[in-house]
Design a protein around this ligand. Structure first.
Ligand code: COA
Length: 339
């Protein structure tokens, strides 16, 4: 008796489905040639070490939520929904407009959403996947039926433009996904997996500006409000971790790697992406790459690439797509979605 009622409940659980996607990249393009004028680097070095040719930089006077707003309006239009239909806004970001309140609340106001709950998630470059997993859980449990999930970052605001080891890597952008609830059982988010390892906090971080070391004249002089990173260590752990978590997400979804139509990895570095594809034994023809045009846009990277892949016709109904990301924390994650 108990077994029957439990299994009924389980079957009636909805699944989160992607109803629409949108993205926004700032108009200002910064090429590798432009960076050659700022630091001792070359287009050749940046291209061969990272695959990046150019990135976009958010204009002065604009904040993260401005990009998130544009991406969200496009995603809502694509979904055929209005802002008032949104029940939750969850935004992955480490560059909110203000220390508080959240950029999700700023976005909520811009969109005119009034009956939702909204919050930011800080998981750096993995922020979108964390936000997606949280929204998926709310939808699966029946708590909400629609969510706007955003990854938006303006890492240009955290860069030391004299540090050639970091300033060449990052760019700004936003991506948004509208999730709905479906009972058809076939489509939607099949699995999500998240992980962190806090022993790597200082391998990739911004040393000052938080409660431990608030802003001071000294912290500004010492450039402690900009990204400090051990790139080699990040590289090594990123490839291994994204492979592992992708395999876990595929296992949980009961999907074989050959059944995946498209992998949309975090766009940090072309060498990381190709190494990951090699370890997963996925041909590069099945891997979405736009790091050459945008650099590493942090939490925006996966949803921007997802939106581009859909608009380029690279995702058809029934396709299985694997998302994965890795970032500061370290925090990493993966999701498997059937469209
Ligand atoms: N232009 C020219 N030379 C540069 C340079 C630049 N922009 N940045 C570093 N170099 C130099 C270094 O100073 C070093 O010189 P040296 O041998 O005289 O000391 C040399 O190039 C090699 O540096 P190294 O750091 O060993 O290069 P690398 O092959 O590891 O590439 C990264 C550096 C940053 C591109 C690479 O480690 C990386 O992509 N890591 C991951 C970073 C990342 O993705 N972070 C975000 C994760 S979400």
């Amino acid at each position: 008796m108990t077994f029957v009622s439990l299994s009924r409940t389980r079957r009636s659980h909805p699944r989160a489905v992607i109803l629409g996607t949108g993205s926004e990249l700032p108009a200002q393009v910064v090429t590798n040639a432009a960076l050659e004028k700022l630091v001792d680097t070359s287009d050749e070095w940046i291209t061969t070490r990272t695959g990046i040719k150019e990135r976009r930089i958010l204009e002065e006077g604009k904040g993260n939520a401005d990009m998130a707003y544009r991406a969200s309006v496009r995603a809502l239009k694509d979904a055929g929904l209005e802002a008032k239909d949104v029940e939750a806004i969850i935004m992955g970001t480490v560059t909110p407009d203000y220390p508080f309140p959240s950029s999700a609340c700023v976005l909520e106001d811009m969109l005119g959403v009034r009956k939702a709950f909204s919050f930011d998630v800080n998981a750096a470059c993995c922020g979108f996947l964390n936000a997606l997993a949280i929204a998926d859980s709310f939808i699966r449990t029946g708590r909400i039926r629609t969510a706007l999930v955003v990854g938006s970052d303006a890492l240009s605001r955290l860069l030391n433009w004299k540090d050639r080891g970091t300033c060449i890597l990052f760019g700004d952008g936003a991506g948004a996904v509208v999730l709905g609830a479906s009972h058809d059982g076939a489509h939607g988010i099949l699995s999500t997996r998240l992980r962190t390892d806090g022993s790597y906090v200082k391998t990739l971080y911004v040393p000052a500006g938080g409660s431990l070391k608030p802003a001071s004249l000294e912290s500004v002089k010492r450039n402690e409000h900009t990204i400090a990173m051990n790139g080699k260590e990040v590289f090594k752990v990123a490839v291994r971790s994204m492979e592992e978590i992708s395999r876990e997400a595929l296992d949980e979804a009961e999907v074989k790697v050959d059944e995946v139509s498209l992998v949309i990895p975090h766009q940090a570095n072309l060498r990381i992406i190709t190494a990951l594809a090699g370890r997963l034994k996925v041909p590069m023809t099945k891997v979405m790459v736009n790091v050459d045009r945008y650099g590493n846009t942090s939490a925006a990277s996966v949803p921007v690439a997802l939106d581009e892949a859909r608009r380029e016709g690279r995702i058809r109904p029934g396709d299985i797509v694997l998302l994965n990301a890795f970032g500061a924390g370290f925090a990493w994650g993966a999701a498997v979605i059937r469209f």
